[in-house]
Ligand binder design. Sequence first.
Ligand SMILES: [Zn+2]
Length: 252
Amino acid sequence: MLQHLSQFELADRPGMITSHSLDRGPGVVVVVPDSPAAAAGIRPGDIVTAIDGRALPPETALSASFDASRAHARADSVQDLLENTGTRRFTITLLRKDSILVADVIPLPACPSHAHLARSNQRNAYADGRHVFLTTGLLSRLDNDNELAFVIAHEMAHNILRHATIMRGGDVKHGLGRTLGRSGRIIRETERTADALGGAMMLDAGFDPVRGAAILQHLGGGDLGLDLFAAHDSAGKRIAAMRALVSARPPR
Ligand SMILES: [Zn+2]
């Protein structure tokens, strides 16, 4: 996991430069144990200066005020360089203290979605095709890890199934009336398939989709669906679908 100077408010940047040298490049915050990064010897505190021999664009956010779209674009462009290496071996050039190191990375195929926590009182979660966002408002309402896994798995399924592309296409009307007729049918169908794939992923990861889907009930009224697409079956129907999914899965 990397952090970028452009993701911080202006007032916080001098501190991040002093403590993490983020003016030199993206900083490694967390290295997942047993990941390709860990195997390559990358450590928290390292600064990434080049990927596969290509120098990263200079950090230009030094004096520009915080702008979410600029911060996202910067993080995505670095992510693109990592993802473009595909599954072949590549190098990451790092700055550690004042030394330059070259880490040899052997990638593994993995989930293409990144999950983020967004600071907001709104209770929501959404997927944009690449990232999954969950608000602090929703997080504070979750009772257990099954519920958290349900939210993330559902949104991740939207990304894996490329639903953002369908939603942007001409077949789906937005605004008033979007839950009716043909648009409503398409949206409800994407929601059902996201629940089904999300539930299957939860089972694979050892979570309980039925207990996870209980979040739909305590979000109040059952009408408050997750994410921006917002045309869902009732909470009861969605929980019943999770129950059917669990009983259809043969015991291990
Ligand atoms: Zn959804």
